[in-house]
Design a protein around this ligand. Structure first.
Ligand code: UD1
Length: 359
């Protein structure tokens, strides 16, 4: 079986690493890693490959940044040529980024089997570009690997045939389990003893001047009680500059490598985020998470985990922060199958379902 893995943006890398590694040990499997180049800065991409122990991509499409149409279209044009040349039996796509949907569209027209890792998640908010990417990808993919039961339910409601759905657990947690000892073994210099760790990059939060100002003002309020540490995504860094925002009260850092960021999460008093994956990682680690979004495609982190949705309500942020500081943080449990073995379960499904090559 020849498998092409398609990755493009930072959150794809920690999802693909365990699947690549699980398939590498299986007989008769040949793999190629394709990087679309959606993320290209060294600290948004290369350093993740090194820390996650991933092979250097066999092919980098080098698409870079652009509007949604230009970026998705460029990936499709370049990836189509790769598929025609490589002739895979199966393509694996990850998560919900533009690279994911672009690759799946190409495969559907070339009649190549596709597996979607992290299928079935829904925020039910179609203003999020990722929600469109999820919906389209899941309609087309042949193997839908879900992290939790809500994913299966969403897919069935959308008319996806149950034989295509495989609940395998959370691959992102595989990477976390593997690298947690390394993360616990380091302590980054210059970080206060107690702090709120913040991530912020959603277009809905950072692209509009007054929204971004409101969020940075609430973070300044937080900093009166607890130091605020914010590794800044390039998109956010650009907006802070464009809008001339004041970030004096906040410890701004460059984007961090995986192990360094994980180390910061394990030691944080609280995490404040608009990321998807961070909601899951904090649930696994049992660290309180306040999510600056009105909805989440990962509701299990709220129902079972430590996550609380606070939207952009500064009052709610202040109340929940006080609760954490007063020792009353929400307690959670780790969802089923978030156990470090999701990649191996995906490999099992593929080995038993993808027809072997005749040649
Ligand atoms: C993308 C994903 C989002 C994911 C996020 C994680 C889509 C639609 N969005 O958003 O789901 O949570 O990645 O980071 O696919 N830039 C750099 N260097 C880089 C990459 C980006 O400077 O290596 C800057 C560019 O100015 C670019 C902007 O960041 O225009 C946004 O990058 P893009 O890949 O379009 O989307 P993200 O906001 O990163």
């Amino acid at each position: 079986m020849k498998v092409l893995h398609v990755v493009g943006a930072r959150p794809n890398f920690m999802k693909a690493a365990p699947v690549l590694s699980a398939l590498a040990g299986r007989r008769g499997v040949e793999q190629r890693l394709i990087h679309t180049g959606q993320h290209y800065d060294v600290n948004m991409s290369d350093v993740f490959f090194r820390q996650l122990g991933m092979p250097v991509p066999d092919i980098n499409l080098g698409v870079g940044s652009g509007g949604h149409g230009a970026q998705t279209g460029e990936i499709m044009i370049r990836f189509e040529a790769v598929v025609k040349e490589q002739k895979p039996d199966l393509v694996l796509v990850y998560g919900d980024v533009n690279s994911t949907v672009a690759a799946v569209l190409v495969c559907s027209k070339l009649e190549i089997l596709v597996g979607h890792v992290e299928a079935g998640l829904r925020s039910f908010d179609r203003t999020m570009p990722e929600e469109i990417n999820r919906l389209v990808t899941d309609q087309i993919a042949d193997f839908l690997f879900t992290p939790s039961e809500d994913g299966d339910d969403n897919l069935r409601k959308e008319g996806i045939s149950p034989e295509k759905i495989f609940r395998v657990g959370n691959v992102m947690i595989d990477s976390l389990v593997k690298l947690l000892p390394a993360a616990e073994g380091i302590k980054l210099p210059g970080i206060p003893e107690r702090y709120a760790l913040v991530t912020l990059h959603r277009p809905a939060n950072v692209d509009d001047r007054s929204t971004l100002k409101g969020i940075l003002d609430s973070l300044s309020d937080v900093s009166r009680k607890l130091a605020v540490v914010l590794p800044v995504h390039p998109r956010t860094r650009q907006r802070i500059g464009d809008f001339g925002m004041n970030t004096e009260q906040i410890h701004l850092l460059d984007p961090l490598p995986y192990i360094d960021f994980l180390s910061l999460q394990t030691r944080a008093t609280v995490v404040i985020t608009d990321s998807g994956g961070v909601q899951e990682e904090t649930t696994y680690l049992g660290i309180p998470c306040l999510t600056m979004r009105e909805n989440t495609e990962r509701p299990i982190t709220v129902s079972m985990g430590t996550n609380i949705l606070i939207g952009r309500d500064p009052g709610k942020l202040a109340r929940e922060l006080s609760r954490v500081l007063d020792g009353g943080a929400k307690k959670g449990t780790v969802p089923p199958l978030w156990d470090g073995h999701a990649g191996a379960r995906i490999a099992d499904v593929l080995i038993s379902h993808v027809p072997p090559r005749l040649s």
